[in-house]
Design a binder for this molecule. Structure first.
Ligand SMILES: NC(=O)C1=CN([C@@H]2O[C@H](COP(=O)(O)OP(=O)(O)OC[C@H]3O[C@@H](n4cnc5c(N)ncnc54)[C@H](O)[C@@H]3O)[C@@H](O)[C@H]2O)C=CC1
Ligand SMILES: O=C(O)C1=N[C@H](C(=O)O)C[C@H](O)C1
Length: 234
């Protein structure tokens, strides 16, 4: 497959290595100063850029009939517009806040635990995410997906907020510590005990492999998909 990388930072470079190992060609590497490029050279584009440009990158792919995988977080105010454009152009699009297999299993565990806790009002949920100091957005996209998983499955919550202590609102704490690839913890606390589930990424390999697998899966399909479709879980 001929792959375009939109964003050639930490993730773009990790994806490049894995894609080449899996027999793909990187035909385009686009970073912040690249303006006039021909996206149609690619069979599929993988966008790991920055929040302020992600929607523009995704639209450019969809407008040019190039399937697009996006892992960029922090741009979701435009997600519905991306869905509409994908439908209008009969294109192919996957966004995931986290492409790793481990986190996608963790998302399912989180939903199951949220359901079990729904009738147990004595437990309060909190979430913590820890990332490297270069991260631009907070809370992480993964923490937002985890919070949405609780809200969908637990009647005690209908919103999330950074650091909040409000009724029916999941408080999310975001910590920034040098070089941490990504740690997410969901904790239920009562007066008598605590239950936590946690995912710790040791490096970026899992995210990158998941994004390449998603790109391989997406080519030849049309529609808007999630990692549950790719991994056949959930
Ligand atoms: N969904 C997932 O599994 C994962 C998502 N991420 C997200 O992916 C994004 C990228 O993460 P990193 O690679 O660590 O960041 P990074 O900062 O290392 O790389 C982003 C790159 O995008 C470039 N860029 C700026 N403007 C651009 C433009 N107009 N077009 C293309 N590239 C442009 C920057 O110059 C930079 O090189 C972040 O939003 C992060 O939260 C990160 C890891 C996993
Ligand atoms: O910025 C990162 O590094 C990461 N971002 C994603 C997120 O916001 O959830 C995924 C992963 O945790 C790494």
């Amino acid at each position: 497959m001929n792959i375009a990388l939109l964003g050639y930072g930490r993730m773009g470079q990790t994806i490049e290595k894995i894609a080449i190992k899996r027999g793909h060609n990187i035909v385009l590497k686009v970073d912040k100063d690249d303006k006039d490029y021909d996206i149609t050279k690619a069979d599929v584009a993988i966008d790991f850029s920055i929040p302020s440009v992600a929607f523009g990158n995704i639209s450019n792919c969809l407008n040019n009939n190039v399937p697009v995988v996006s892992g960029t977080t922090g741009w979701l105010e435009d997600y519905d517009k991306a869905l509409s454009l994908c439908k209008e152009k009969n294109g192919a699009f996957i966004y995931a806040s986290n492409f790793s297999l481990g986190v996608n299993i963790f998302f399912e565990l989180n939903k199951t635990l949220a359901k079990m806790m729904s009738n147990l009002g004595q437990y309060n949920v909190t979430m913590e995410e820890i990332h490297h100091t270069k991260k631009l957005d907070a809370p992480s996209g993964t923490a937002i997906t985890l919070a949405e998983g609780v809200i969908e499955n637990n009647v005690n919550y209908d919103d999330w907020k950074l650091g909040s202590d409000e009724d029916k609102t999941i408080p999310i704490v975001a910590k920034r510590i040098e070089d941490v690839p990504g740690t997410h913890t969901v904790t239920y606390e009562s007066e008598v005990d605590s239950i936590s589930i946690e995912h710790i990424a040791h490096n970026r390999q899992g995210f990158a492999l998941g994004a390449v697998v998603a790109a391989e899966w997406l080519v030849g399909r049309t529609g808007v998909f999630s990692m549950n479709d790719v991994l056949n879980i959930g």
